[in-house]
Design a protein around this ligand. Structure first.
Ligand code: ADP
Ligand code: MG
Length: 298
């Protein structure tokens, strides 16, 4: 009780005296961890959103490996621009400034329009003709004041035939022009390949890479941030010790894996009364490297 828990963020210190079960629950709770690259992407998205309407709107492509924090960033951005339900807005019309959809696998225009209508909560029949859905999409995006369309899993475009790919890329170009809103594509390097196959799109999508992590200052800062929000009673010194390198190699530089390793080790630290993460704990979590896991899966 008398400890000042200087290794913890001030807002987290009061949790350090809680019992094990409630701290384990807190450790496992989803939270946003800020880091420089993510903040830069959020600022670029903010910039796009305030861009004045013109015929050719700039677009952005967030590119990175799977499980590396891409969806977390666009979700955080969407939450920061929540809009309003019909009952809450002044004129009784729902507002959706940022609409986020996933490119459906095996994509075609009908499914893509369906995904947009779903995201806005607009009922439609899967049997509606493509032109009907297209009209509905444009009408509802205008009336709900959509100012940005985010398309996650954009690499799914490549799961369609060459003909379908072409039609979808044309459609994206058309939609951006018609609504005069910026498009934000999110996906793996394959998404970039898809965009590059279209001469006109490639000039309009500015790529923002979210690469794998390496052992540098930003990584060490991330470890500090994480350590400060996990209510362990003792400091683990993740950033200053060999633990950092260990975590990085166990997770092969993938952000989602790094966070998962640290969370499991932190839970272990509470369960064993050790109250700090050690190399032993990282081994104890029985963690399987992402590449080994893929081998097991096949
Ligand atoms: N900024 C962040 N803060 C906290 N956890 C994160 C953050 N970014 C990623 N994660 C963790 O990594 C996991 C994978 O992130 P996600 O955004 O889904 O990756 P991607 O879309 O690149 O495949 C998330 O479920 C979350 O647990
Ligand atoms: Mg994702």
């Amino acid at each position: 009780m008398s400890d000042d828990y200087a290794h913890l963020h001030p807002s987290v210190r009061r949790f350090a005296d809680e019992d094990a079960p409630s701290r384990i629950r807190r450790i496992r709770t989803d939270r946003w961890i800020g880091y420089a690259r993510a903040e830069a992407v959020l600022a670029a998205l903010e910039d796009l959103l305030s861009f004045p309407k013109r015929t050719r709107m700039p677009n952005l492509l967030l590119v990175g490996p799977t499980n590396n924090g891409k969806t977390m960033i666009v979700e955080k951005f969407r939450r920061a621009h929540p809009g309003a339900a019909a009952g809450e807005s002044n004129d009784g019309i729902a507002l959706f400034p940022v609409v986020k959809v996933q490119m459906p696998p095996g994509p075609d225009e009908g499914r893509f329009f369906g995904a947009i209508l779903d995201a806005i909560g607009m009922p439609f029949s899967p049997r509606d003709r493509i032109a009907t859905k297209q009209d509905a999409v444009v009408r509802v995006m205008r009336s709900t004041g959509t100012r940005m369309l985010v398309i996650d899993e954009l690499h799914n475009v490549l799961s369609g035939s060459a003909m379908q790919q072409r039609r979808l890329l044309n459609l994206l170009r058309w939609l951006g022009n018609e609504l005069q809103i910026p498009l934000v594509g999110v996906g793996t390097a394959e998404a970039l390949r898809a965009i590059r196959s279209d001469d006109q799109l490639v000039n309009r999508f500015e790529p923002h890479p979210l690469p794998l992590w390496s052992d540098d200052g930003e990584y060490r800062r991330l470890l500090n941030t994480l350590e400060a929000v996990l209510p362990l009673r003792k400091p683990s010194h993740l950033a200053e010790s060999a633990l950092g390198a260990r975590i990085l190699s166990a997770s092969e530089g993938v952000l989602g894996e790094m966070i998962a390793v640290i969370i499991r080790a932190a839970v272990r630290a509470v369960e064993t009364d050790t109250e700090a993460i050690s190399a032993r704990m990282i081994e104890d979590t029985g963690f399987i490297r992402p590449s080994e896991r893929r081998r097991v899966a096949v």
